[in-house]
Design a protein around this ligand. Structure first.
Ligand code: ACM
Length: 571
């Protein structure tokens, strides 16, 4: 009798916790109902829809991973306690309902993506609960109806400056899925390294892949085409589209190291920064690269970069062949040549039935508006966003403030950048874009979504990558998914605190803004220039001779000074 009472008490106490319904990003509508559903090793999960079978297996695995509860998969002909349903209502991609009653759980949506997100919400509710001694997980009965605010919910990782490898990328994709993020922008080429195998030009990977921001003589690191296919497939299982970036005509130093015949020349501080626009073979070379790249990414979207070319095109003015070409074509300056170059490469992308993605420098050019997405990153140039919308371009919002995750996220931290003393706190990320972007622009249908970018000059270790990403990724999720009228910063921070136990369980080295000493800052580099001037900058190659850095977990300024290398000065 005593034991029964105790068991009842335990179940009751577990269930009381369930009532918070902590889900990040906050769903559109959450209505609590009476009673609880008990999930355990006898609970069946299934679907009558064969198209959803892979999701049944996925959910089964994730719940087992999270709680060691092995759900029983039922056949497509039989009833299940957790039922996945494809409806024929028409809803936007990603919309779903999750209905938990004391008798059953139903996840339904009109598309697979929606069912997946319903399962991700269910997974978060399951993770939030502790199993009792009999491995019962008690879920509060509720009805959730949900849909995303934006269709583009992106995260960009720069693997040129530092290479993290496929296991870390897969972990990132897992967390993106957990937070319902759906676009992984992969910055694979830049000054410090070329990270994608191109069969027609093997030296791009084997020579261009050598070195990184910390160590210019490091062995080549890059993704083989098979590895890329593996990652793309892994992402697709999680309804994440992978978009490669092949940056041009600037940020091309690593490529030019491998194939110097296509370099656009050097000026002090910017060796071989661009491709050569006066060499007709450059266009064929890059077209070949784009074609091979495109064949690896079913997204049919290629990000062509196009940023900060102005640093390298000073070298163009010094080159006689380039001067001759400009004269022949009647160009009145190198900027016109830059636009000509970019348009030709963009035409290659569209000839493959793919979309062109580009940083906001491309707004000034003449790319086709119906086939181009502009990434607005220069928050100090709001006119670029304005112009892009005026010219009818679709836009992804990813301004440095607050969406560059290599920027510091709080006072007292030292190993990253900031902008005139402004920090990118998790709450700043959370509150984006409504407090920053004017309402008339924000209401434009051309704004397809938001994205955070992680540049990795100051991030070499996986620990620091975690530290910079978590928990801001949670703020990003809510910025991208949740309708502004449903946002509540206090409720969000409460959910975040609850989510930290999931970070702990996964061994994530996150920054805890509520208890900064919880995980001392992992500093890989200290930028020498603390305040970035309010103008553009370029990421530099590290100087030859830089040795491997000491990675240390430090919390005192003294330690930072003594053990950390400095960034080369930025422009
Ligand atoms: C950029 O940060 N150069 C896009």
């Amino acid at each position: 009798m005593k034991f029964k009472l105790l068991a009842a008490f335990l179940l009751f106490s577990v269930c009381v916790k369930a009532q918070n319904l902590n889900i990040i990003p906050q769903p559109q509508s959450v209505t609590k109902a009476a009673g609880q559903f008990y999930l355990n090793n006898r609970t069946t999960i299934g679907t009558k829809d064969t198209a959803l079978l892979a999701l049944v297996t996925y959910a089964q695995k994730e719940i087992y991973k999270a709680k060691s509860v092995a759900l029983v998969q039922s056949g497509t002909g039989s009833e299940s306690l957790i039922d996945l349903v494809l409806t024929n209502t028409s809803t936007i991609p990603g919309a779903y309902t999750l209905n938990i009653t004391p008798e059953r759980v139903t996840v339904s949506a009109s598309n697979k993506e929606g069912v997946f997100y319903g399962l991700m919400s269910l997974l978060q509710l399951v993770k939030d609960q502790q199993a009792d001694n009999d491995n019962n997980i008690c879920l509060q009965a509720c009805k959730i109806a949900d849909a995303p605010r934006y269709q583009w919910r992106g995260l960009m990782l720069d693997e040129s400056r530092h290479f993290f490898g496929k296991e870390k990328v897969k972990q990132l994709l897992d967390w993106m899925a957990y937070y319902k993020l759906n676009k992984f922008h992969w910055h694979l080429t830049d000054v410090q390294g070329w990270r994608i195998e191109i069969k027609k030009y093997p030296r791009l990977a084997t020579i261009g892949g050598m070195g990184n921001y910390s160590d210019t003589s490091a062995e080549a690191e890059y993704y083989t085409q098979n590895e890329i296919r593996e990652i793309v497939a892994y992402a697709a299982q999680r309804f994440i589209i992978v978009i490669p970036e092949i940056d041009m005509p600037g940020h091309a130093t690593a490529a030019n190291k491998a194939y110097p015949e296509f370099t656009g020349g050097s000026v002090a501080g910017y060796p071989n920064f661009t491709f050569n626009p006066a060499n007709e073979n450059t266009y064929q070379y890059l077209a070949d690269i784009i074609k091979e790249t495109n064949s690896l990414f079913p997204a049919h979207m290629i990000h062509l970069g196009g940023d900060e070319v102005s640093f390298g095109i000073k070298a163009w003015s010094l080159d006689t062949a380039i001067a001759r070409m400009m004269q022949k074509k009647n160009f009145d300056g190198v900027n016109q040549l830059e636009q000509y170059f970019f348009k030709r490469m963009a035409d290659t992308v569209t000839s493959l039935n793919s979309k062109i993605l580009a940083w906001d420098e491309a707004t000034g050019g003449n790319l086709p508006t119906d086939k181009t997405i502009i990434f607005w990153w220069r928050q100090n140039l709001p006119g670029q966003l304005h112009l892009a919308l005026q010219k009818n371009y679709q836009v992804v919002l990813c301004p440095r403030l607050p969406l560059y995750f290599d920027f510091l996220q709080d006072t007292g931290l030292v190993g990253g950048r900031n902008w005139n003393g402004v920090f990118n706190r998790v709450t700043d990320v959370y509150n984006f874009p409504d407090r920053q972007v004017p309402a008339d622009e924000l209401n434009s249908k051309l704004i397809v979504g938001v994205q955070a970018n992680i540049w990795t000059e100051t991030i070499e270790s996986e620990k620091r990558l975690d530290f910079m990403l978590f928990p801001r990724i949670a703020g990003l999720a809510e910025a991208a998914w949740t309708a502004p009228e449903l946002k509540n910063e206090i409720a969000f921070t409460d959910k975040l605190k609850a989510d930290f136990k999931n970070y702990d369980a996964a061994g994530i080295y996150y920054y805890n803004p509520f208890d900064p000493s919880f995980h001392p800052e992992v500093v890989d580099f200290v930028p020498r220039i603390k305040l970035v001037k309010a103008r553009s900058y370029v990421r530099h190659a590290s100087k030859r001779g830089h040795g491997k850095i000491n990675r240390k977990h430090t919390s005192s300024k003294k330690d930072h000074k003594s053990s950390k290398r400095s960034h080369k000065k930025r422009k």
